[in-house]
Design a protein around this ligand. Structure first.
Ligand code: ADP
Ligand code: MG
Length: 698
């Protein structure tokens, strides 16, 4: 379409040609003759700016307002819709400024009285002898039925809008009445639904028994019956999912096409497993096999490893890293925080040293000298595995022959960062790990371009974590409890509240709390961990805590992800209401890792209903998936970490809760059709799912 054409002229041009989403999106509603400027302003508040927005502005719900066969069929106490001929109009004198309009209607079966409160202007709309359809709650007095009218329709229209059919209820604003919006939608949808171009291959439409697109668009707004409404919704949701899945598959194909084999040439990975002090869970074994399979084949691995806090993902990642090293390649492990990177590094070093595997850590806080040394060793291939934060992404970091990238707690990284790492080593296999802040139902959508491995069990012998809540003023009780536990040889975390977004204030608070606790618990050692410590300092604090030389570790939320000290069995979280649900679950996951079980004490002063709900959720559920489901309910999908960037919020029709089964189906179908998708459909996908668009460029 020529961009210089405007308004009605453009409309005329396009009348004989169906338009794809992008073209519909270019038609502003102000160009439509049905919509004036003031209406357009109100519609804008609803997020409707283009014809595309308008067509896909779907009803929130529907009401069954089909006509009852006669007035005699009205049932007191129920909502009913009837049609009759107006036989009398009566306005009661208003009492205290309150007016009552009574309109009598008749049919061959009898009569009923329709009642409006406070809408005197309606009197002018009605006339004796006109047909009138009304809907509302029915009451019965001595003489007649009374209907408290919620909506009506005058005349004998063959296409009623507000009553006498299934009626859509839209979300609207105060200034725009439901009736006005509905009428407007009716006029527009009737005219413009036919403009939408059906891009799905005809063969697919037949196979899936899909309604034609225009028909579906009309029926989802003004359905002729509930069966067709369902078909219309199916059709639109399927199309959306199908296109999205095609997009994901394309990304996946692009990414996976450039792989290499990483076949181990020694028994290094086996030796690693043999050096563990525990035996793997069946789930860990299964996932290790899945990964081995991926590593050994030509296709590039692009896999998500999902598993609740404490299920043992690290071992699986280390095994994968040792496997590529045994194949003669380098490995990289990227963690979201320095503390976590360091912990991984320490664990890795413990296993690597006896196996002659050369490892190093790259974080922001290395000295210049150390950093330069590591960088050159990395480039020369003198290092086998490097662990780091996003410092690994920097340009100066050059690998000799990177074979595997592991990204831990992937939800903490943006999609851009992930993509950056992908391009850094275009043939390296990729394993991303997450302790699932995302419910299962969403995984396929949000991470649909990755293959999925799930560790769905905890190591046996875990006792779980008991969770309690105490209001802030009862903190003394916690101290008593803590004393008892410390005496029994346990260790504890004390997490200080998040203060605004300022790291410095966080740190100050933690320093203060540590001093306080050192006084209170003078016979024990209290350590302090926060983001401003130098790497060596963090290392020695963590080390001392791990060895049991420190009994109480005061920390800011830096320890949220991944920290692993099995003997630490208590975590006290102050200002719990300031943390998000996923974050609290992660924090709680720091304890209960040994066989002794753990205790999590939430201290706080929740002011809002939502904050109280969050805390209640944690008291109620231990399982991370359940917590995540609840999180989703409380916050809505747009807020879930990592989902916003991932195409998730691009859906107009799909409701990820309801459309789970359809999601599976569309994925399956998308696989069948991926090879015959034409450029027009690819463009449509890039337009409708901007977050996927990048993949079409690479
Ligand atoms: P996460 O999946 O949260 O990253 P980790 O990998 O940190 O969990 O593992 C949690 C703890 O469980 C660690 O102390 C780890 O050594 C231990 N662990 C892992 N696998 C097993 C197992 N199969 N049996 C017993 N303990 C295990
Ligand atoms: Mg972990």
């Amino acid at each position: 379409m020529n961009v210089s054409e405007t308004g009605i002229e453009k409309l005329k041009m396009t009348r004989n040609k169906a338009l794809n989403a992008q073209q519909l999106g270019m038609i502003k509603i102000t160009e439509l003759p049905q919509i004036g400027e003031s209406r357009a302003r109100l519609l804008k508040k609803l997020g409707i700016q283009s014809l595309l927005d308008l067509l896909y502005y779907l009803p929130r719900r529907y009401e069954d307002r089909f006509l009852l066969p006669s007035l005699a069929a009205l049932k007191p106490g129920e909502v009913g819709t009837v049609k009759g001929i107006i036989s009398n109009i009566e306005e009661s004198p208003s009492r205290r400024g309150f007016s009552l309009l009574r309109v009598e209607i008749k049919d061959s079966s009898g009569s009923a009285t329709a009642i409006w409160f406070n809408q005197p202007f309606l009197k002018k709309v009605f006339r004796k002898g006109l047909p009138l359809t009304v809907t509302g709650k029915v009451d019965r007095n001595l003489f007649t039925y009374e209907i408290a009218v919620t909506d009506y329709e005058v005349g004998n229209s063959r296409a009623p809008v507000h009553a006498g059919r299934i009626v859509p209820i839209y979300g609207t604003t105060e200034e725009l009445s439901q009736r006005a919006l509905r009428r407007l939608m009716f006029q527009c949808i009737k005219t413009y639904a036919t403009w939408a171009k059906d891009l799905l291959p005809a063969e697919l439409r037949n196979r899936m028994h899909l309604l034609p697109l225009s028909e579906a668009l009309f029926q989802i707004h003004f359905p002729q019956d509930f069966r067709v409404l369902k078909e219309a919704r199916q059709r639109l949701a399927f199309e959306e999912l199908f296109l999205f899945e095609i997009g994901l598959l394309t990304t996946q194909n692009t990414i996976q096409s450039k792989g290499r084999r990483h076949l181990p040439k020694s028994d290094l990975p086996k030796k690693f497993l043999a050096s563990l002090q525990f035996s793997l869970t069946p789930a860990q074994n299964r996932v290790i096999e899945e990964i081995e399979q991926d590593l050994s084949c030509e296709r590039r691995m692009y896999r998500l490893l999902q598993g609740d806090v404490g299920c043992g993902k690290t071992v699986v990642a280390l095994h994968a890293l040792f496997t590529v090293v045994a194949a003669g390649f380098q490995g990289a492990l990227m963690a979201p925080t320095e503390v976590l990177a360091e912990q991984h590094y320490l664990a890795l070093r413990r296993f690597a040293a006896p196996l002659n595997v050369r490892v190093a850590i790259l974080t922001g806080s290395l000295s210049k000298r150390e950093r330069e040394d590591y960088l050159s060793q990395l480039k020369e291939g003198q290092l086998d595995i490097v662990v780091g934060t996003h410092a690994l992404l920097e340009e100066q970091v050059i690998f000799n022959n990177l074979g595997l990238i592991v990204i831990d707690e992937q939800h903490r990284f943006g999609v851009q960062q992930r993509d950056l790492l992908l391009t850094k080593a275009p043939t390296a296999d990729v394993l991303v790990m997450t302790a699932t802040p995302i419910p299962r139902s969403l995984t396929l959508t949000v991470y649909g371009d990755l293959d999925l491995s799930v560790i769905d069990e905890l190591p046996s012998g875990r006792q779980g974590v008991k969770t309690y809540f105490l209001p802030a003023h009862e903190k003394r009780k916690v101290y008593q409890f803590l004393k008892k536990e410390l005496k029994a040889g346990r260790q504890a975390y004390v997490i200080c509240p998040l203060i605004e977004e300022s790291e410095k204030l966080d740190v100050d608070a933690a320093v203060k709390r540590a001093a306080e606790l050192a006084g209170e618990f003078s016979e024990y050692r209290v350590g302090l961990l926060h983001g401003r410590l130098k790497i060596g300092e963090k290392e020695s604090v963590m080390d001392a805590f791990r060895k049991g030389e420190i009994q109480i570790l005061v920390a800011t939320s830096v320890i949220e992800v991944g920290i692993d000290v099995p003997n630490a069995s208590i975590i006290i979280i102050e200002g719990a209401e300031r943390f998000g649900l996923a974050q609290l679950h992660q924090l709680r996951g720091r304890v209960g890792r040994g066989t002794a079980g753990g205790t999590c004490i939430l201290i706080g002063n929740p002011q809002t209903q939502e904050a109280r709900e969050r805390i209640k959720t944690l008291l109620e559920y231990q399982n991370g998936f359940q917590v995540a489901e609840k999180d989703l309910l409380l916050r809505g999908p747009g807020e879930l970490m990592g989902t916003r960037q991932h195409g998730f919020s691009d859906f107009r029709v799909v409701d990820i809760f309801k459309d789970g089964p359809l999601l599976e189906k569309s994925k399956e179908i998308a696989r069948l059709y991926i090879d015959i998708i034409n450029q027009e459909i690819k463009d449509e996908i890039a337009f409708r799912f901007p977050s996927l668009a990048n993949c079409f460029k690479c």
